[in-house]
Design a binder for this molecule. Structure first.
Ligand code: HEC
Length: 110
């Protein structure tokens, strides 16, 4: 009985907080922040690509139809960083973390 109580209080003491820490830290450490991605998208991208991903600028891909999105994140990231003749470079404006947040948000527009 004493052994059982000791074991369960040890368990309660260590496993509770550790489980909580794991649950709290895992999403923050590994998942993209879609809220941030949305804010950044509306501030920097929606002027051409449209608030809901239906492009306003004729040459810009329609993200709502999945246009240009069949590419891995690092490839999109490079394109967004460097820009082109028709779109601005975001190098120095958005950091890598922010670009990944935007890409993850863009993928939800489909
Ligand atoms: C001034 C208008 C404009 C803005 C602002 C803009 N884009 Fe674009 N974007 C375009 C145009 C036009 C194209 C297609 C032509 C091209 O890729 O050169 C494009 C293409 C893209 C592509 C496809 C690139 C590829 O290589 O397939 C991605 C991804 C993209 N934009 C993401 C974004 C994101 C994310 C933002 C905001 C951080 C953004 N764009 C802001 C106009 C814009």
């Amino acid at each position: 009985m004493i052994f059982h109580n000791t074991t369960s209080s040890v368990r309660r003491f260590f496993l509770g907080p550790l489980t909580m820490l794991f649950i709290l830290l895992t999403p923050a450490a590994f998942a993209a922040d879609l809220d941030k991605g949305k804010t950044l998208y509306l501030a920097h991208c929606s002027g051409c690509h449209g608030e809901k991903g239906f492009s306003i600028m004729p040459q810009a891909p329609n993200f709502a139809r999945g246009e240009s999105l069949a590419q891995p994140d690092p490839v999109l990231m490079d394109a967004i960083r460097s820009g082109s003749d028709t779109r601005p470079p975001f190098l120095g404006i958005l950091n890598d973390r922010e670009i990944l947040d935007v890409i993850s948000y863009v993928r939800t527009l489909l």
